[in-house]
Structures are given as C-alpha cells and as structure tokens.
Design a protein around this ligand. Structure first.
Ligand code: PFF
Length: 435
C-alpha cells in the first residue's frame, strides 16, 4: 500500500496524463459524428467558443480543488465541509457508470484491431458491426479485456502505471494521427471534407446544437467526474496550474480538430455521409479501408490509435474510484483494482448485453447502454460540474486574481465561477433531462 500520497514526476508527466485523459473516444469517435449530426462547421464554431469562454472555468476549478486539498474526490469535498461528502462520492460513482459503457466501445476497438489482420474486402461492415455488438459472449469478453488493460496500468500506480502508459501511448497516438492525416489529405477530393469542417453555415445555429456542443465539450475535457481533481491532487505545490489548464484545453481541441481532419476528407473522398452517428468509426471508416490499397495497414493504424486514446482516458476514469478506495478504505491499489473490476463488470456486462439478449429490457424507454450514457452525460457530469463550481467559488473561495494578472479577466473568472457557469450547467441539466 502506498502510505504516502503519490505525485507526478514532472510537469510534463502531469500534462501528458491530463491530456491523455481528455483526448479519448470523445475526440475521435464521438466528436466527428456529433459534428456530422449537428451541421458541421457551424457546430465547430459554437464548440470552440464554448471551450474558450466557459469550459476553462470548471476545468481550472477541478485542478485547483485537487491541488489545494491534496485529497481524492470524497476527502477533498469533505475537507471543505463534511456535509459535502455525498457530493464527493458522486464523482467515483459517475466514474464507475461511465466506464460501464465507455469500456464497451473499447472492446469493439480491440475487435477491429484483430479484424485488420483479415481481408477487409470480405465484410459488409453494417451487418458485421451489428453482429459484433449482438453476439453476447464475445462482446462481454471484449469489454472485460479492455477493462483489464486499463486496470493493469491503474493497479501499477501513478508513476509506474499511469505515467508510463501516457508517456508511451500519447506520443504514439500523435505520430499515428499525423500519418493518417497525411494519408487522408492525399485522397482525391479531400478538400470537400475540409470545406465541410471549416465553412460554417450560420443559418444552422440552434439551441439543440448549443447543448450538444456544451455536452461534448464537458465530456471531451473530462470535466465533471473528478478525474482532473484526482490528477490535480498529485501535482506538487510549486507547480502552477494556470498554464496547465491552457495546455490541456489547447491540446484537446487540437486533437479533436486533427481527428476531424483525418476522418472527414476520407469520408467525402468516397462520397459517404458524415452524419451516420455512432457507427461512423465502426462502419463508415472500415468500408473506406476495405476499398483502398493497403487498407488493412491503415485500418490497423487507425484502431491502434483509437485504442491508445481510449486506454489513457480509461485509466483516468478508473483512477477516481481507485484513489477514493485506497485513501478512504486504506486498502492497497491491487485490492482496490480487484474489487473495482467486479463492480464495473457488474454494470458493464448487462450494458454489453443490452445490444443482444437484454435488448428488450428498457428503463424509461432506453436500453441499459443508452441509459448509462444518458444518466452520466446528461445528468451526473453537469451536476457534478455544477457542485464543483459552487464549492470552489463559494466555499473554497478560489479567486481569479490569485492566478490571473489582468484585473478585468480575473473579475470575469470570479463571476463565471460563482454565477454564469453554474447557471449554464443547470440549464444544460434541465434541457438534457427533458431529452
Ligand atoms: N475525455 C474523455 C474522452 O474524450 O474520451 C472521456 C472522459 C475521461 C470523460 C475521463 C470523463 C473523465 F473523467
């Protein structure tokens, strides 16, 4: 058991881990299809505006609460006021629920890595993907395999596991991404994909798009689940978090844009639709890979890239409950990870089966997978982010002028943290719950 709290070896290690948490399926699987469903370039404009003006505040607050209290989520909230303990507990609970559906997608990625070694021309990917998700036992095996990969790194601890995974996987991710972008841009008519991304049609702005953009921004920046709070609690005292906040936001946004630049030119080059939803990456892209020379190699590179992104985010999701369990229950990491494995499996297996034998089991009209996605993205994450802003602004009294030199910007930060962002989050929550 680690009797002393762990800390990052260096600022670079922390930044890599935080960017590794932020850059994940949200950037490469979710962002392109949500953008495709919400009008393309105009969605991007709204999304970028929200990231710059609003998301900076809760992201900074999460890191600050972690760094100031030097505790995992439950202890951090409790140390500010014992009455907030339950609000703290909501963070690891959200983590467990998110992992239950996030890891299912991770399992599909593992399957597509294996598939890249066969002749892709043999498959009809629409049917293939449906069969994969419906085939109960292999699908559960894949989900658990992804869970085991992430748990392996988390169990090894902050330095030997989390830092190691991010130090290896993030640079690998960036190199593959750049290679695939070069390939995608070299395809005929690739400029059509770029036009789709960067030529906004302002007539398409609407409230639904605004909410989709905000929900996506919170998810992709890992805000509202305590991952950044936990990572922030491992920062040494002498390190500033202001620059780190900018770096995380900039890198995450850059990687989402680069993922779009990798995906849309290929889609438009083959005359396909960008709005095919969650199947974009598992049906539309493999269909393209099957038609190009050496498509199997491109497919392998793409799914390894996706796996690297998903694992570094998955590790950060697991670290929230693991840190809470080790520090609160005073048990070893290995023990905490073993218990967590069974807890997550208890949610993830029914969620995996909701595409197959449990397909008819509905909660409020949604299958278990959609229900977990809805409860976490539409309810728990905005709610956790709301309480975080209130606690950081009103109780911990984090002030803009303690880290921002410009008085006016510091004032805007204070107003944002105490009033504007909590109100917007409540609005997101209200509309999200009616969806
Ligand atoms: N930000 C991750 C992604 O974009 O895939 C998902 C995520 C990780 C959400 C960690 C929340 C979290 F705490």
């Amino acid at each position: 058991m680690e009797d002393k709290r762990p800390s990052w070896s260096s600022r670079v290690s922390f930044i890599l881990a935080a960017v590794g948490s932020a850059v994940g399926l949200g950037n490469i699987w979710r962002f392109p299809y949500i953008m495709g469903q919400n009008g393309g370039a105009i969605f991007l404009v709204v999304y970028l505006l929200l990231i710059i003006t609003i998301c900076f505040i809760p992201l900074f607050a999460e890191l600050a609460v972690g760094k100031i209290t030097k505790k995992e989520c439950v202890g951090a909230y409790e140390s500010i006021n014992p009455k907030f303990k339950l609000l703290g507990i909501m963070n690891p609970v959200t983590g467990i629920l998110i992992s239950s559906f996030y890891f299912i997608v991770g399992g599909w990625i593992i399957n597509y890595i294996g598939l890249s070694f066969s002749n892709l021309k043999m498959f009809n990917f629409g049917e293939y993907f449906t069969e994969l998700t419906q085939n109960s036992i292999p699908a559960c095996g894949l989900t658990l395999a992804f869970l085991l990969i992430c748990i392996f790194f988390t169990a090894r601890g902050v330095k030997k596991g989390i830092e190691f995974a991010n130090n290896v996987l993030m640079p690998m991710f960036a190199v593959i991404l750049l290679g695939l972008i070069a390939f995608s841009l070299s395809l005929p008519n690739s400029h059509l994909g770029l036009e789709y991304m960067f030529k906004p049609d302002f007539s398409k702005v609407n409230a639904h798009m605004f909410l989709a953009a905000l929900g996506q921004a919170l998810f992709t920046l890992s805000i509202g689940m305590g991952a950044l709070l936990t990572y922030g609690s491992y920062i040494k005292d002498d390190k500033s978090i202001t620059k780190s906040t900018y770096t995380i936001i900039f890198s995450d946004t850059l990687f989402a844009l680069l993922a779009g630049i990798m995906i849309f030119p290929a889609i438009f080059s083959f005359g396909l639709e960008p709005n095919s939803g969650a199947g974009l990456v598992f049906v539309t892209l493999p269909h393209i890979f099957a038609q190009i020379p050496h498509g199997e190699i491109v497919s392998l590179a793409f799914f390894v890239l996706l796996l690297a992104a998903a694992v570094t985010s998955g590790i950060s999701i697991l670290e929230v409950p693991v840190a809470s369990m080790t520090e609160r229950m005073k048990i070893s990491r290995t023990k905490a990870c073993t218990i967590l494995f069974f807890i997550i499996a208890a949610f993830a297996i029914p969620a995996t089966l909701s595409f197959g034998i449990l397909g008819d089991f509905k909660i409020f009209g949604k299958n278990i997978f959609d229900c977990l996605d809805f409860v976490t993205s539409n309810l728990l994450m905005p709610l956790n982010a709301f309480f975080l802003c209130i606690i950081a602004g009103w109780f911990l009294k984090i002030k803009g002028n303690s880290f921002i030199n410009n008085k006016f910007v510091a004032f805007l930060f204070d107003i944002g943290l105490k009033f504007v962002v909590p109100i917007i989050l409540l609005l997101l929550l209200y509309i999200g719950l009616r969806a």
